[in-house]
Ligand binder design. Structure first.
Ligand SMILES: NC(=O)c1ccc[n+]([C@@H]2O[C@H](COP(=O)([O-])OP(=O)(O)OC[C@H]3O[C@@H](n4cnc5c(N)ncnc54)[C@H](O)[C@@H]3O)[C@@H](O)[C@H]2O)c1
Ligand SMILES: O=C(O)C(=O)C[C@]1(C(=O)O)C=C[C@@H](O)C=C1
Length: 365
């Protein structure tokens, strides 16, 4: 396929792509570059890259493709710095969360015989850095590609193959449409989560027990607020206009609910909530990016060391394949709940049987 891919930015996304590509054994040289020496060391130790360097020329001069996985605000500077070292027909492939501004900024810099293809994996996490990297992060995720002028058929085919190699599914669209959509499905949720966390913080200054009562609903709706502020600053500024439109729309919906409450309009409340319930059910469940179709169990376990390995060990011994594990414990030193998800119903049935026989409290979700 190609001999060398260089990943610039060995954080959550670069590290995860490196792990998936290295594990595939289809790319002889997966090379890493980062400004942080410790990220390079960890990436090499984890097997995300075959070797890494803080020397930019060394990192990219033999690369068939350079994968940019740094915050959006860093991309332009990096492209400027690597261009003099790239060989002809090298593909620059970025995975930034916004596309239109970024590609407009990068495109004029790209010389003939160098290709530029924009991409965005719709999978990630609130955890920044290589420590959160995972080889299966992109499994079944949608991976948007926004090829434009500085591409050709062969370069695009290569990038599609790379995306499929990491387990993701390609979706082509224009950078403009991509940015309009992610303003709603990704950027607005982050900003709402931020506002929610800060609102409850204010409340807790007055009512100190507020955090104690914050349970699943609060946790589920605010997880993303734990994301890296620098990454989100860059995303927010780069997709500013679309985000502002989405905030306007969100404010309108919230204002309608506020008004309905002020006039105590019971019917309208039911109408709005029912509509939301139906709309959420309509989100496709086939892909990981939306709501994955999984079979779930909730396991109640005492907060003791080793419980997770006892559970996973007993399921593993019987070849039950767990697709997701989530610790739902809200407070330390108390009984906690673990959510186990399976892709096959037969795995769920088997897990239920094994855990019940061990006297572990478990129920279907
Ligand atoms: N986190 C997500 O959920 C997610 C999902 C899809 C796409 N993205 C996009 O992927 C990109 C990377 O995000 P991430 O979550 O991996 O961030 P991260 O903070 O985990 O990793 C970024 C890495 O880039 C390095 N870096 C920063 N500036 C650099 C520079 N000038 N030169 C070399 N290395 C540099 C950092 O040291 C760090 O290791 C961003 O553009 C982000 O918008 C993120
Ligand atoms: O935290 C997650 O689960 C994510 O997938 C993060 C998420 C998202 O909003 O969906 C965040 C930003 C990226 O550009 C893509 C994905």
């Amino acid at each position: 396929m190609m001999n060398q891919i260089t990943i610039i930015g060995l954080g959550l996304i670069g590290g995860s792509l490196g792990l998936a590509l290295s594990n595939s054994k289809k790319i002889p040289q997966v090379v890493g570059y980062d400004i942080g020496l410790s990220s390079i060391q960890e990436a090499v130790a984890k097997g995300a890259v075959h070797w890494g360097t803080t020397g930019l020329k060394l990192a990219v001069e033999h690369a068939d493709a350079v994968l940019l996985a740094v915050p959006v605000g860093q991309m332009k500077k990096i492209v400027q710095n690597i261009l003099p070292f790239l060989k002809n027909h090298c593909i620059i492939f970025d995975v930034g969360s916004t596309k239109n501004d970024l590609l407009q900024e990068l495109s004029p810099m790209i010389p003939p015989k160098i290709y530029l293809i924009g991409g965005h994996p719709m999978a990630g996490s609130e955890r920044a850095g290589i420590s959160g990297a995972h080889p299966y992060l992109f499994e079944n995720a949608i991976f948007v590609l926004t090829p434009q002028g500085h591409s050709n058929e062969q370069a695009l085919k290569t990038v599609v193959e790379l995306v499929e190699l990491v387990g993701a599914k390609v979706k082509m669209m224009s950078p403009e449409v991509h940015d309009q959509i992610v303003a709603g499905v990704s950027h607005l949720p982050y900003l709402v989560a931020v506002s929610l966390v800060n609102t409850v913080h204010e409340l807790s200054e007055e009512l100190v027990d507020a955090p104690l009562l914050a349970a699943g609903g609060f946790r589920d709706t605010t997880r993303i607020a734990g994301g890296d502020p620098v990454m989100w600053r860059d995303i927010s500024l780069s997709n500013r206009d679309n985000i502002i439109k989405m905030i306007d729309s969100f404010e309108k919906h919230l204002a309608e609910i506020k008004n309905t409450l002020e006039i105590r309009d019971e019917n309208n409340l039911i109408h709005t909530f029912t509509q939301a319930q139906k709309n959420r059910e309509q989100i496709p469940i086939t892909y990981r990016g939306a709501l994955p179709e999984v079979y779930e169990l909730l396991v109640t376990v005492p907060d003791q060391p080793g419980m997770l390995s006892i559970i996973t060990g007993s399921l593993g011994n019987r070849s039950v394949n767990i697709s997701e594990i989530e610790v739902l414990q809200v407070r330390e030193n108390q009984e906690g709940t673990i959510r186990l998800a399976f892709q096959k119903k037969s795995d769920l049935d088997c897990a239920l049987d094994i855990l019940l026989k061990q006297g572990i409290p478990v129920k279907r979700r």
